[in-house]
Ligand binder design. Structure first.
Ligand code: ADP
Length: 688
């Protein structure tokens, strides 16, 4: 396979300077004229067949440089024949050649339509080979038409296909076209990437032409970037490779580019020499149609260095050829060169003539050219705008991706938290279950314990009751012999008179005192034990009366002691046991008088009425009690003094406590040694 650069179209934009590659399928190297003749001869003798289609396409391709019309005619014939034979690839190739011819005539619209037809066939038959070539050429036509975005899409389509089938030459040319595209758009970095890719393929390729065009384009890019030495270096490389294969047309065009650079840097000699060389190569290659523009390039270089005669000579020479070829671009170039030349020569008359001609020619071209230029600029603007929008969208997308990423993390975190919560919930439920279980166990134990306790309590009560019964019986039984002892002592005392101060009198007194004490003790024990056995019969008890009775009963005992018993507040009438109430108040009032060293022993009784209870207080101005003894004094037989000091059995307070306890109340005291004591007790109203 072989690919050839068959079209080098000049671009309208000033920026455009790079070659644009159109590829036409060929089965061999470009046929020379003699070969074309023999191919025509063979074709005429051939029967209708696919082979004949291929040959017609070859002939069409052979006329590419020299005769666009013939290219078109043979391609059309190939197309018709291929169509009748349903030979798709032949038809596709013919369409590509037809498109190329129309593009050469300047009919880009037609070229685009034909290219699309070729691509449609290629797509239908999935012919990657045809797609890669057709799409590349379509890219060129679209580009020339100013449809830049579409052209880039077409180039990339071509690239995809050529990469798929590893068609390295097609890849190289498409890289160059994409590189060119980016160079025109001002994307120098992108341009360089693609052009270097093309160079790389060229270095490995068997076809030196690939490398020529790759270096040529890279040099143009460097030139555009004002890297003069790099531009010269790459153009010379392109030139040397073209020279090594004696490709005169490429030698010529690289020389012309070098000439322009030399002229730019002021190297007159090299610049003029380079264009002369280029003209020489073109003449040798017999590519006459290029000569007018090269003559004009030469004329302009002479003009730049003020060699006006030579400039005029080559301008006129060019103009004469152009008049025959009727190339409007070259004509415009020639008129422009001539009017600048005469203006510089101060031949204003001639300058004016060519300026007018230039203007007339330009006007006829202007509208199309300008429109194209405007549409290209518009495209560039739109594509820049889109690039910016894309960049914004990409940034936005990245931002969104970040947000989504963060959201995902958050979700994971939430998931973990939920899991933890679930785990905690589960553990709590388990703990609750265990606790419940242990709670039930505890409840059972408490129940058991309560049962045990109530049983023990019951037993205790029973044994207490038994004990109390025993105490009662015993006390009762003891009273009898004690009474006998007292009676006999009294009898003895009456019968025998013991003088005072005698030891017998003292013994008699001792016996009497102890029997009395024994009597009190038995009485108290009896009272204590009776409390439990007494019937629960209650009555209305006016406590004011109770106190009055107590006062009366005590008045004899404490006749000469100047005692006062006062009731501070009016006392209530309560539903209670009259005897118990009497006993309770009497014990406390009597203690207040007994344990009192004051000249005027005083006991004050008060009552505070709460919502649910009565709180009574019995206050004295007696000897007081140390705080440390508070808890002990309610115990049975507990006494803080010996009997020689204060008489008593040690049962008064325990009897009082037992009465209050039985009523569901409480008894307590406040006291300070030497300052008196106040006993308090409460009786729930419900109990009263
Ligand atoms: P007793 O028959 O000995 O009076 P109590 O049980 O009534 O027995 O009192 C116990 C002890 O508490 C008494 O021995 C006494 O020391 C002390 N006591 C009781 N009441 C008072 C009081 N009002 N002031 C000082 N001490 C008291």
């Amino acid at each position: 396979m072989n690919y050839s650069i068959i079209e080098r179209s000049q671009h309208f934009l000033l920026l455009v300077f790079i070659l644009n590659f159109t590829i036409v399928i060929s089965t061999d190297a470009t046929p020379v004229t003699s070969e074309i003749d023999s191919l025509i001869h063979i074709t005429k003798r051939l029967e209708t067949s696919n082979e004949k289609v291929d040959l017609l396409n070859e002939i069409s391709w052979g006329y590419q440089y020299s005769n666009y019309q013939k290219t078109l005619e043979y391609a059309e014939e190939a197309h018709l024949l291929a169509d009748s034979l349903h030979y798709d690839r032949g038809k596709g190739r013919a369409l590509i050649l037809m498109a190329s011819s129309h593009a050469s005539f300047g009919n880009l619209d037609k070229a685009i339509v034909l290219s699309n037809q070729s691509l449609a066939i290629a797509n239908q038959t999935n012919d990657c080979y045809l797609i890669s070539k057709g799409a590349n050429n379509l890219g060129n036509y679209l580009y020339d038409k100013g449809m830049l975005e579409e052209s880039l899409t077409a180039y990339h389509k071509s690239l995809d296909c050529s990469e798929t089938i590893q068609d390295t030459l097609c890849m190289a040319y498409t890289y160059e076209n994409i590189g060119t595209f980016h160079a025109v758009m001002g994307n120098n970095k992108e341009a360089e990437i693609y052009l270097l890719k093309a160079v790389n393929i060229g270095l490995k390729s068997d076809d030196p032409m690939v490398l020529v065009s790759a270096y040529y384009n890279l040099a143009s890019l460097e030139h555009n970037k004002k890297n003069i030495s790099a531009a010269i270096f790459n153009f010379e490389k392109a030139y040397n490779i073209a020279k090594s294969i004696n490709n005169l047309s490429d030698m010529a065009c690289t020389k012309v580019e070098l000439a322009h650079i030399y002229a730019e840097v002021g190297n007159k000699k090299l610049a003029i020499q380079a264009v002369h060389d280029a003209i020489k190569y073109v003449e040798q290659a017999n590519e006459i149609y290029i000569l007018p523009s090269y003559y004009l390039d030469l004329a302009n270089i002479y003009l730049k260095f003020d060699i006006l005669d030579e400039a005029e000579f080559f301008s006129i020479k060019s103009l004469n050829i152009i008049k025959e070829t009727d190339d409007s671009d070259d004509l415009l170039y020639a008129y422009e060169t001539l009017y600048q030349l005469y203006e510089k020569d101060k031949d204003f008359e001639q300058a004016f003539i060519y300026l007018q001609k230039h203007k007339a020619c330009k006007d006829s071209l202007f509208s199309d050219e300008k429109l194209l230029e405007i549409s290209k600029l518009e495209e560039i603007y739109q594509s820049r705008k889109k690039e910016k929008e894309n960049a914004f969208l990409i940034a936005h997308q990245k931002e969104q991706a970040n947000i989504i990423k963060n959201q995902k993390l958050l979700n994971i975190l939430l998931g973990v938290i939920m899991m933890l919560i679930a785990m905690i919930g589960f553990l709590l439920a388990r703990a609750f279950k265990i606790k419940n279980k242990s709670h039930k166990l505890l409840e059972k134990r408490v129940e058991m314990r309560t049962k045990q306790l109530s049983e023990t309590n019951k037993k205790l009560k029973e044994s207490n009751a038994e004990l109390e019964r025993f105490a009662h019986i015993t006390s009762h039984d003891l009273k009898e012999p004690l009474r006998n002892i007292s009676s006999f002592v009294k009898l003895l005392d009456r019968k025998t008179v013991f003088p005072d101060g005698s030891s017998e009198r003292e013994y008699m007194n001792f016996i009497t005192k102890n029997t009395t004490q024994m009597h009190h003790l038995i009485e108290d024990v009896l009272k204590y034990s009776k409390l439990s056995n007494e019937t629960k019969k209650t009555d209305k008890v006016d406590l004011n009366n109770t106190i009055e009775n107590i006062k009366f009963s005590l008045s004899n005992a404490y006749l000469n002691r100047n005692v006062s018993i006062e009731v501070g507040t009016d006392l209530p009438t309560i539903e209670n046991h009259p005897v118990r109430m009497h006993l309770l108040f009497k014990n406390l009032i009597e203690n207040g008088i007994k344990y009192n060293k004051s000249d005027k022993p005083k006991v004050e009784i008060n009552c505070q009425r709460d919502d649910d209870q009565y709180v009574f207080s019995i206050k004295d101005n007696g000897i007081g009690i140390k705080k440390e003894y508070f808890p002990q004094i309610f115990q049975m037989f507990k006494r803080l003094h010996n009997r020689s000091e204060y008489e008593g059995t040690g049962l008064g307070l325990s009897i009082s406590k037992k009465i209050v306890d039985a009523l569901g109340g409480e008894i307590w005291l406040e006291s300070e040694e030497g300052k008196g004591t106040t006993f308090h007790f409460s009786i729930p109203k419900i109990a009263s």
